[in-house]
Design a protein around this ligand. Structure first.
Ligand SMILES: Nc1ncnc2c1ncn2[C@@H]1O[C@H](COP(=O)(O)OP(=O)(O)O)[C@@H](O)[C@H]1O
Ligand SMILES: [Mg+2]
Length: 260
């Protein structure tokens, strides 16, 4: 199962990614959680300690690796480098595992606006493609809203694109944007998870705006806010939230089965 989670900043992508990852791990799957958001904080949500997090170097910043695999220094533009660097051993070598979830932190590449082709960009793209197309187990990607860099080939290997929204017009606007980007890379179906739901008005608002793309609701939880403040994983903070995400997980699985 390959799941990509996107949406506006602050809606709960990282919270949902971390809990989904833990739920799959609880079932005995080997789970790879991929932090592909430039605003990377999945490690915190998964419960890694501050010391462990300080030691994580995102793939995009491991200069020796980039040079070794692409044959060029990171940051170099216009020089010759391999377009198909070897990546298959990278997940194993650079991930960190906690509670059955292996975390891989991708980092960012400053593409300076339009189509930068630099060595680190090529490596990340190829690695993402490898994770989605070759990796046999569960892969959960915590992503920014811009999914266009995935490319058609990689996108075709993703079983479910999920946009997290909250009951508000701004995150719905991001949802519309993601739908368009997805369409551009050949993804026809986008699913929605509605987070931070407080009452029936919120539910009605969501239903009216997303229709049958909706996988489920996650309620607003004071315990989740508190867990973030206390730097604990949300998974351990709120049993009800965990149950709601379990229901969403089942909905993802049955929607994938119906497609195939
Ligand atoms: N269901 C919820 N109820 C209350 N707070 C939530 C809920 N889901 C997420 N949050 C809080 O919202 C903030 C943003 O969540 P996060 O998962 O980091 O979003 P994103 O990854 O989309 O930027 C965090 O402080 C988190 O604890
Ligand atoms: Mg996040």
């Amino acid at each position: 199962m390959k799941i990509a989670i996107t949406g506006k900043g602050g809606v709960g992508k990282t919270t949902v990614s971390s809990i989904l990852s833990r739920l799959y791990a609880d079932e005995g799957y080997r789970v790879l959680a991929v932090d592909a958001d430039p605003d990377a904080n999945l490690a915190l949500a998964l419960g890694f300690t501050k010391k462990e997090i300080d030691e994580i170097v995102p793939i995009s910043e491991i200069k020796d690796l980039i040079a070794e695999r692409t044959g060029a220094q990171s940051g170099s533009i216009g020089s010759f480098f391999k377009m198909n660097p070897k990546v298959d051993d990278i997940p194993e070598r650079y991930c960190r595992t906690l509670n059955g979830v292996s975390l891989l932190t991708m980092g960012t590449v400053d593409t300076g606006g339009s189509g930068c082709v630099c060595p680190e960009h090529v490596l990340l793209k190829r690695l993402t493609s490898h994770l989605v197309l070759q990796n046999k187990d569960v892969v959960i990607m915590d992503m920014e809203a811009g999914i266009e860099h995935l490319g058609r080939g990689t996108a075709s290997g993703v079983d479910a694109f999920i946009v997290v929204i909250e009951p508000g017009v701004r995150s719905l606007q991001t949802f519309e944007k993601v739908k368009k980007l997805a369409n551009d890379i050949g993804v026809s179906e986008i699913k929605v998870v509605a987070n931070k739901i407080r009452n029936k008005e919120d539910e009605d608002f969501i239903r009216d705006n997303v229709g049958d793309s909706l996988l489920g609701f996650i309620h607003y939880s004071k315990d989740v806010i508190d867990s973030d403040r206390n730097n604990q994983s949300a998974y351990d903070a709120d049993l009800n939230l965990k149950e709601e995400i379990k229901i969403i997980k089942n909905a993802i699985e049955s929607s994938v089965r119906n497609d195939s």
